[in-house]
Design a protein around this ligand. Sequence first.
Ligand SMILES: O=C(O)CCC(=O)C(=O)O
Ligand SMILES: [Fe+2]
Length: 217
Amino acid sequence: MPDPQLPSQPAAGDGTADPVGPIAAALAGPGWCVAEAFLSPAETGALAAECQALWEEGGFRHARIGVGANLRLRPEIRSDRVHWIDPAAPAPALRPYLERIERLRLALNESLWLGLFEFEGFFAVYPPGSFYARHMDNFEGARHRLVTCVLYLNGDWAPGDGGELRLYTDGEDPTRRVDIEPRGGTLAAFLSERFPHEVLPARRDRLSLTGWLRLRD
Ligand SMILES: O=C(O)CCC(=O)C(=O)O
Ligand SMILES: [Fe+2]
């Protein structure tokens, strides 16, 4: 099996490398990948500042799980806070990311015939001690999310800070897993239906932009 850990790449915005092709290839192969420097430090910093400003305005709420009438607060399962993005009016800081995700959507539709229709996503903040227990991204009764994309926004995340994304690479065997550090500018992408995952407790505020390429309702 090819190594799904993509090599560290130059900033995608500097014209020397485009991460979209390798990510699409990794999703078609092992089904998951980690792309460092998916955004440049400046682009990542602008998103972190946007996230911080929304937080200070009181724009976040406790994340819930489930769908429709079954949406529930379950802090014993997840304790992050979220702010959903309005795709019709994205903040300027979101544009470089949304542009790259749109190209990934088109590349996946071309290579894998996934029929991905749109992106939905939210800023997430995991305050110290918060986590998200092992889960799948599609809740009962809704199977529209095909590709999970998580972009990390803390420019100075260090190994002792916790908050790793633990991805179970073989759903049958819980010992087969990778822990992905949430370092600013890194994108973790995986097929939503294939990989259970969890977020280990963060020891400091952990900022991210989580979203899905999904089918039409
Ligand atoms: O932040 C992460 O690393 C993953 C978040 C997640 O699994 C989710 O929001 O469904
Ligand atoms: Fe998830």
